[in-house]
Design a protein around this ligand. Structure first.
Ligand code: NAI
Ligand code: MG
Length: 362
């Protein structure tokens, strides 16, 4: 039985609620004899900022680097701490410091899950979001603070190397998926002429190395429309940091709920741990009431298992999630039901114990 060290960063508000659910699933896999986990918890986020004056210690990257993987909830408590603190001191240092240059966000419409679209078709695509630079590079600042001449500058950074490695990952993924074998490039080179032209040129260069993969390209504004009009047409979508962030929330909404989607922040070179999280935020509006849908966090745990090479365990967890959704109950409020986090988690755990009673996965 293989063992893994997991750094758990639950975060704030519903972060700890959904991460506890995910950890129960991982512990159950351990009880079933599939793999072992040594968890270490790091209480970082807005709460940590209120207690210590920082969202995370300055050496956070060095502290998490020795782990096999990082399991992250969601940080943020905007009523008490400005959101930029957590981004600057916790999220972006991890993504940049651990070189987690791909943010992978699968979007699949599952049986039993209602889509807000009238005729969604068979939605099954993955957003590959560049995760270390772009609009979220953190370059910029504010001067003449508070005065009438105050200036804020936030510079988008696109590098040929940064764009290329995210795009190569997207093409390799399209090959591995073996489905539509299509990569769609999201851009905005009509308006952001400098950075997105380099992005487009890099895409054309990378695409030339993958003649077996078809390609497409759209400006992000049109893309937000196409995801609603014909989401089933897409396979792998590659986008910059901000654009991928926005489109993947849209993708979560058309496949049922933001509470269902998991994501992986990957260091494909495997020079350090990768990080796995639900795509949603800390949802302060529903925190502390046991209402959060834990399936996004549990899906993120399955992505983690898959990345660690525990394919069988990953498939077991994915199958338990899918079967729970296909059964139509229990359902949390975001899916139109009235079940809580606990009931949803228990339903997944039951199916881990009796996997053969579940519907076949895919
Ligand atoms: P959010 O994703 O937290 O919430 C948006 C809406 O979705 C809310 O109505 C919320 O109740 C609902 N929702 C989210 N997760 C849910 C779940 N698991 N089950 C049921 N409903 C769910 O986004 P919002 O409101 O923009 O941000 C809240 C805080 O989270 C902010 O501080 C923000 O900065 C932070 N945030 C953190 C992220 C991270 O840690 N990676 C990502 C996005 C936001
Ligand atoms: Mg987001």
């Amino acid at each position: 039985m293989n063992g893994y060290s997991i750094a758990v960063v639950p975060g704030d508000n519903i972060g700890p609620e959904v991460i506890a659910a995910g950890c129960r699933v991982l512990e159950r896999l351990q009880d079933l004899g599939l793999c072992r986990f040594a968890f270490e918890h790091f209480p970082w986020g807005a709460g940590h900022y209120l207690r210590t004056g920082r969202a995370a210690p300055e050496d956070l990257v060095a502290r998490l680097r020795p782990f096999d993987a990082i399991y992250f909830g969601a940080h943020g408590d905007p009523a008490r701490v400005p959101d930029r603190v957590g981004s600057r001191e916790l999220m972006h240092p991890l993504r940049q410091g651990l070189d987690l240059y791909v943010n992978l966000r699968p979007a699949r419409l599952l049986p039993g899950v209602p889509s807000p679209l009238r005729d969604p078709g068979d939605i099954d695509f993955v957003v590959v979001r560049e995760n270390t630079e772009g609009e979220y590079a953190g370059a910029g600042g504010r001067v003449h603070r508070g005065g009438p001449d105050e200036i804020a500058v936030q510079t988008t950074v696109v590098t040929r190397r940064g764009a290329e490695r995210a795009m190569r990952f997207a093409f390799e993924l399209a090959r591995r998926r073996g489905g539509k074998r299509h990569v769609h490039c999201v851009t905005k080179s009509n308006a952001l002429a400098h950075v997105m032209e380099l992005w487009d040129e890099t895409f054309a260069l990378v695409a030339a190395d993958y003649p077996d993969i078809r390609t497409g390209k759209s400006h992000v504004d049109a893309m937000s429309m196409y995801l609603i009009e014909r989401p089933a047409a897409f396979d792998v979508i590659v986008a910059s940091n901000l654009m991928g962030d926005i489109l993947s929330d849209e993708a979560a909404a058309i496949t049922g709920s933001v509470g269902l989607a998991g994501s992986a922040n990957l260091n494909p070179a495997r020079s350090g741990p990768s990080m796995f999280e639900p795509i949603h935020g800390s949802a302060p509006d529903i925190a502390g009431r046991g209402l959060a849908n834990p399936l996004g966090a549990i899906r993120a745990a399955a992505l983690m298992l898959d990345w660690l090479g525990e394919r069988g365990a990953a498939r077991l967890v994915d199958g338990a999630i899918d079967a729970t959704l296909a059964a139509g109950h229990p359902r949390t409020r975001d899916l139109g039901g009235d079940a809580g986090t606990g009931a949803m988690t228990a339903a997944v755990l039951d199916r881990l114990d009796a996997p053969h009673a579940t519907a076949p996965h895919r």
